[in-house]
Design a protein around this ligand. Structure first.
Ligand code: IMP
Length: 173
């Protein structure tokens, strides 16, 4: 297994996270938020993002996945669901990466069924080339090429999540 040199350095990521948080704080000024992190991949991004958002918020998590190792099964499973009631609330859904869009689209529809006041989506990475389902991303960190990446919460087979930067991952044969 080879983890290449950083595609996005720790400094680049931290700078962009602060910019996203500033934009979210400005857009939600005077309102309360429920910030929902999609685990496990978004755990590091989510923790960094929320600590820079300046509006009052409640934190919640959902565990959902369609991925096994490095490919999508196309079927989204929810392993742990929201605890907060999001009806009439402003919800910020935070994802690590949008690839085919299947996961986020599924969660978005599931959330919209619960009639939130507003639902905004924030994703650190966007692999646009791979998109199958069009899903709106209100706050986007970076667009990246069609490569499998690890680090800063993102994994291959549950490893490499602890890296503070993001690298392209190559399987050695
Ligand atoms: P989608 O449903 O195809 O958009 O996939 C989204 C999920 O797949 C993300 O939340 C990640 O968990 C995982 N994923 C997609 N691409 C990558 C990648 O390059 N590295 C690690 N995980 C990825």
């Amino acid at each position: 297994m080879i983890v290449g040199k950083p595609l996005l350095s720790e400094d680049e990521i931290q700078k962009r996270v602060r910019e996203l948080a500033a934009q979210i704080s400005a857009d939600f000024e005077g309102h309360e938020l429920i910030a929902v992190g999609i685990l496990k991949g978004a755990f590091m991004f989510f923790a960094d993002l929320v600590r820079h958002i300046k509006v009052p918020m409640t934190i919640d998590f959902i565990i959902a996945s369609s991925y096994v190792k490095d490919s999508t099964t196309g079927e989204v499973k929810v392993y742990y669901d929201l605890r907060e009631d999001i009806k009439d609330k402003n919800v910020l859904l935070v994802e690590d990466i949008v690839d085919t869009g299947v996961t986020l689209n599924y969660l978005r529809e599931r959330f919209l069924e619960q009639s939130p006041r507003a639902l905004k989506i924030c994703a650190l990475l966007d692999k646009r080339e791979r998109r199958i389902v069009d899903v709106p991303i209100d706050y986007k960190g970076f667009e990246i090429p069609n490569e499998f990446v690890v680090g800063y919460g993102l994994d291959y087979d549950n490893q490499y999540r602890n890296l503070p930067y993001i690298s392209i991952f190559k399987k050695s044969i």
